[in-house]
Each structure stands twice: as C-alpha cells, then as structure tokens.
Design a protein around this ligand. Structure first.
Ligand SMILES: Nc1ncnc2c1ncn2[C@@H]1O[C@H](COP(=O)(O)OP(=O)(O)OP(=O)(O)O)[C@@H](O)[C@H]1O
Ligand SMILES: [Mg+2]
Length: 250
C-alpha cells in the first residue's frame, strides 16, 4: 500500500529524528519504505544542499525558492513517484510545505506563486499525512546548536552570518523569521486538517514517535494496540515484504 508521509517544522524540531524512528518501525514490520530529505537524496539535491549550506545570501528570494523547487522536481521524478507507483511507503523529511512556510511566510514571496511552482515541480503530488512538529523556535534552534546566534539576532540589524560550514542559512535568520515560519506551518495545518497532524515537538522523542505511529497504523488500516505502540513482528495487511528501494537513495 503506497503511502506518502512528510515531516515538517522549523529548525531542530525533530523532523529527521521522527522520520528515522518511523522508518525503523516500518522496516521491523517488513514494510517497503524509502526515506528522502529535502534538499538532498538525489545527486542534484545533494549538490544544491551543499551549496545552500554555505549560507551565502541570495539577492533574489525567487532564486532561492527555485533552487528548492528544482531539487524537489528531481526528487519526485527520480524517487517519490516511482516508489509510490511500486507501492512503497515514502517518508519525506520536508516537502513542498516547507517552501510555503519558509519562502512564503518567512521570506514574503507570494504564496500563490509558490503553490503554482510547487505543483509543477511535484506533478501535484501531496503527502497523505503531514506531521507538523510544532516547536518554539528558540527550543529548536538551541537543539541544533544555534543558541549563540539567538543572542546576536535578538537585536535587529546586528546579525552576521556565522557557522559557514555547518547549519543552514535559515538558522542564521532573526528569531522573528522563525516565528513567521512557525505561524505559516500552523496556518497550513489549519487549512487542511484532514492531511495535517500537529504534534507538540517539545515532548520526548519517544512520545512523539508513539503519536506518529498511532496515526500511521490507522492510515495503514491497522489500529494501535491497547498496550502501547511498540513495534510488532507481524506484517501490515496489504504491505508486501519486498525490500525497500535502497538503491534509489543516494
Ligand atoms: N523531542 C525531542 N526532544 C529533545 N531533543 C530532540 C527531540 N527530537 C530531536 N531532538 C534532538 O534535537 C536535535 C535536532 O533534531 P533533528 O535533527 O531530528 O531535528 P530536525 O528538525 O531534523 O533539524 P533540522 O531542521 O536541522 O534538519 C538533535 O540533536 C536531536 O537528537
Ligand atoms: Mg533534519
């Protein structure tokens, strides 16, 4: 049974942690699963990720968005769509919604433009479930080691790019940027509650994983067990035990 699940949220909200925990749980059940992250996973995505991580500023916010959209188009074409066609569960660590939140609500590009280009880039593919790891920016940024930047950026105009070799360009943004991104994600979740699950990202990672698992089980047609959410040895109905498409993952 093909299922497309994305994890969204601000910096350090726990997206990668939860994607990995979910992948492990699904693999233990023998479910075919492939994980992707944005930008990355494909050769083009990794190339762009490396470039973006250098933290060099763009003159054009549109140029920045188009780079993300370009990586997304390649990711969908090369991995997401073929995997879904084969009945594989796809876990995405960020997807189109990140552009709406960061380049739209964060940078101020028109949401309509972002939606249109996202639709072109993805062929209209939308996740079946999107988990929003809703996190106060200071908590997330501190987790990823950007606490010293918070001090810098709390006073407007005093910002200087730091951490050239680590982190992302967004970690270097002032705190109000991250607040706007967080609000943007929450607006998206409110607009489409049938797709979004908003999870308190300040809970323990294990607790969040259990919440995620309960929803995923329900989506796969297998209710959560009464005694908790631990992994089981069974095979999910409708899921074949074919090995996951590691070969597609770069
Ligand atoms: N629920 C949690 N509580 C406390 N710490 C957490 C939690 N989830 C993840 N972490 C830790 O916070 C840090 C960031 O987690 P993770 O890399 O999963 O976040 P992310 O959203 O993928 O970050 P990024 O935006 O940088 O990709 C890691 O050190 C991770 O171990
Ligand atoms: Mg991550």
């Amino acid at each position: 049974m093909a299922l497309f699940i994305s994890f969204e949220g601000g910096e350090g909200s726990g997206k990668s942690t939860q994607a990995q925990l979910l992948e492990e749980r699904l693999r233990r059940l023998g479910a075919p699963v492939v994980s992707v992250h944005e930008p990355g996973t494909t050769h083009l995505g990794l190339y762009l990720r490396k470039w973006l991580k250098q933290g060099r500023p763009f003159d054009s916010e549109l140029a920045e968005f188009l780079l993300f959209a370009s990586a997304r188009a390649e990711l969908v074409s090369q991995i997401v769509q073929p995997s879904l066609n084969q009945g594989t569960i796809v876990l995405a660590d960020r997807f189109s919604d990140s552009s709406v939140a960061y380049q739209g609500y964060g940078r101020g590009l028109p949401i309509k433009l972002i939606d249109e280009i996202n639709t072109e880039a993805t062929g209209g593919i939308t996740p079946d479930i999107t988990f929003l790891l809703d996190c106060p920016p200071k908590v997330g940024l501190t987790r990823v080691g950007a606490s010293f930047q918070l001090k810098l950026f709390d006073s407007p105009g005093s910002a200087k790019p730091v951490r050239e070799s680590e982190g992302t360009r967004f970690e270097q943004e002032p705190i109000h940027f991250h607040e706007n991104v967080r609000s943007g994600f929450r607006i998206l979740a409110e607009k489409a509650p049938e797709r979004w699950r908003v999870v308190d990202a300040t809970l323990q990672a294990g607790e969040i994983s259990d919440i995620v698992w309960e929803d995923v089980e329900a989506a796969l047609g297998r209710p959560a067990e009464e005694n908790g959410h631990g992994p089981r040895n069974g095979i999910l109905p409708g899921i074949s035990t074919q090995s996951a498409l590691h070969a597609h993952t770069v």
